[in-house]
Design a protein around this ligand. Structure first.
Ligand SMILES: Cc1cc2nc3c(=O)[nH]c(=O)nc-3n(C[C@H](O)[C@H](O)[C@H](O)COP(=O)(O)OP(=O)(O)OC[C@H]3O[C@@H](n4cnc5c(N)ncnc54)[C@H](O)[C@@H]3O)c2cc1C
Length: 396
C-alpha cells in the first residue's frame, strides 16, 4: 500500500499536513512530499478537498507465489531430545493440512538430531528435513537462522510455523528477515481462509484488547510463531511413512560471532508451561508475603506458582508467573485458582487445563463457571487445611 500524490490536482492547501497525526507530510520545493513517518492511516486522503491523494494497493509480489508449496513446522529439540512443543506445532500443521491439502514437513536442526526424526514417524508428518552439524550442537541464533533460511530458500514452503519459545522467538525473526518475508509473532491460533487459502494468523494486539487476524499476501513463506499450549500434542497414529531428507549445512555465510564459553543450569527457574500442577494466587492473596502459602501448596504438589495480573501488577510476584492473555498460556493437569475472580483475560490463559479447582469466598465468582471443583471459602482457611491434610497423608 502507498499514498500517491496527484500533483496536477494538489493546490498545496496544507489541509493534509494539518490533519496528519504523524507529521508525515511536508512541502519541499513547492511540492507535497510524504516522508517515512507515514503509516498509511489514510486521514489525508479523506481530508483532501481536491482528491489529490489516493491510497493505492500496490501488489508487489517479491516472489513467484505459485512455486511455494507445503506446510513446515520447526521441530524444536534440546539436549538431544525432541521438545513436546514440536508435537504441538505438528498438530497445528496437520490442522492446516486438512484445509489446505498440502504436505506437512518438519525441520530438525542440531547435532546428531537425525535419530529424533523417528519420533515423528508415528505422528502423521509426511517428511522431515534434517541438518546435522557439530556447529549446531548448541543453540545459537545466527547458525540456526542461516540453516533454516537455507532450507526455505531451497525447498520453498508455503507456510512455516514455529513455537514462540525462547528458541523460536530468538531465531525465527532473523530467518524471516533473511528471506525477506513477514512474520506474525506469538500467535494464539492459525487457520486457513476458506476463500483465499491464505494463512490467517491470530494474535492479541493493543495490549490484549483486540484479536488481530493477519495475512501475508505477497511474500512467501507465510511465517508465524505460535504460543506453546495453544495446540495439544499430536497423538500417535499407526506407523506412517516418513521421508527423511538429510541436508548439508552451508557455512559460507556464517560469521559465528557468538562463542559459547560454558553452560550453567539455573536452579528454581519457573517453567509454568511445562508444570503439571499450578497453584495460582490472585488479589485475594492480599499481600506479597501470603504467596508463601501458595508456594508451599505448589511445592507439596510438585507444581509451580502462577498468578493473576492483579497480583503481578500489585508487585506481589514477578511477571514470569502471570497466567492469562498478556501472560503465559498454561495447560496443566491440575490448576488451582486461589482468590482469583476469573476475568476473561485470566481464563484465556488457563481454561483448557485438564482439571480446574477454584477457591473463592464469592459463590458468584466467574471462575466457578470453568471450575471442575469449586470451593466456596476463605483461602486463608482452605489452603492451610489442604496443606495440613497433604502433609498428614505424606507421613502415612
Ligand atoms: C488487556 C488486558 C489484558 C489482561 N491480561 C491479563 C492476564 O494476562 N492475566 C490476568 O490474570 N488478568 C489479566 N487482565 C486483568 C483482568 O481483567 C483482571 O483484572 C484480573 O485477572 C483480576 O485478577 P484477580 O482475579 O486476582 O482479582 P479480582 O478480580 O479483584 O478478584 C479477586 C478475587 O478474590 C476473591 N477473594 C478475595 N479475598 C478472598 C479470600 N480471602 N478467600 C477467597 N477468595 C477471596 C474475591 O472474591 C475475588 O473474586 C487483563 C486485563 C486487560 C484489560
Amino acid at each position: 500500500m502507498a499514498i500517491r500524490i496527484i500533483y496536477e490536482k494538489c493546490t498545496l492547501c496544507r489541509q493534509c499536513i494539518d490533519v496528519c497525526p504523524f507529521g508525515a507530510i511536508e512541502i519541499k520545493d513547492d511540492k507535497l512530499f510524504i516522508n517515512e513517518n507515514c503509516n498509511l492511516c489514510g486521514l489525508c486522503v479523506k481530508t483532501c478537498p481536491e482528491d489529490a491523494l489516493i491510497k493505492e494497493e500496490k501488489t508487489i509480489s517479491a516472489v513467484d507465489i505459485s512455486q511455494y508449496k507445503g506446510i513446515w513446522f520447526f521441530a524444536e529439540s534440546r539436549d538431544g531430545k525432541l521438545c513436546p512443543v514440536a508435537l504441538e506445532m505438528l498438530n497445528a500443521a496437520l490442522k492446516l493440512k486438512k484445509d489446505l491439502g498440502e504436505e506437512v514437513a518438519g525441520v530438525l536442526i542440531g547435532n546428531n538430531v537425525k535419530c529424533l526424526a523417528d519420533e515423528l514417524k508415528t505422528r502423521g508428518a509426511d517428511r522431515v528435513y534434517v541438518i546435522d552439524d557439530p556447529l549446531l550442537e548448541h543453540f545459537k541464533e545466527e547458525p540456526y537462522a542461516i540453516a533454516m533460511a537455507q532450507l526455505i530458500t531451497k525447498h520453498k514452503p508455503n507456510i512455516v510455523i514455529a513455537a514462540a519459545t525462547m528458541m523460536g522467538r530468538a531465531f525465527i525473526p532473523s530467518v524471516a528477515a533473511r528471506i525477506k518475508t513477514g512474520l506474525t509473532a506469538d500467535c494464539t491460533d492459525v487457520s486457513i481462509d476458506p476463500e483465499t487459502k491464505l494463512l490467517v494468523q491470530t494474535r492479541p494486539t493493543f495490549g490484549g484488547n483486540l484479536m488481530a487476524r493477519i495475512i501475508c499476501k505477497n511474500h512467501r513463506p507465510q511465517m508465524a510463531t505460535i504460543r506453546p499450549k495453544m495446540f495439544d500434542e499430536v497423538p500417535e497414529i499407526e506407523d506412517s511413512p516418513l521421508e527423511i531428507i538429510l541436508e548439508q549445512f552451508n557455512k559460507n555465510d556464517l560469521q559465528d560471532r557468538v562463542i559459547l564459553l560454558g553452560k550453567e543450569k539455573i536452579e528454581n527457574i519457573i517453567d509454568l508451561q511445562e508444570a503439571e500442577v499450578i497453584v495460582s494466587g490472585g488479589r485475594g492473596v492480599k499481600e506479597p508475603k501470603n504467596f508463601a502459602m501458595i508456594k508451599e501448596l505448589a511445592d507439596l504438589l510438585g507444581g509451580a506458582v502462577g498468578a493473576s495480573r492483579a497480583a503481578v501488577d500489585s508487585g506481589w510476584i514477578p511477571y514470569p508467573h502471570q497466567v492469562g492473555q498478556t501472560g503465559k498460556t498454561v495447560k496443566p493437569k491440575i490448576y488451582i485458582a486461589c482468590g482469583i475472580s476469573g476475568a476473561i483475560q485470566h481464563l484465556a490463559g488457563m481454561q483448557t487445563s485438564d482439571y480446574i479447582i477454584a477457591i473463592n469466598k464469592d459463590p458468584d465468582a466467574p471462575i466457578f463457571r470453568v471450575a471442575n471443583l469449586g470451593i466456596v471459602g476463605d483461602i486463608f482457611e482452605v489452603i492451610p487445611a489442604l496443606i495440613k491434610r497433604i502433609k498428614e497423608n505424606k507421613k502415612c
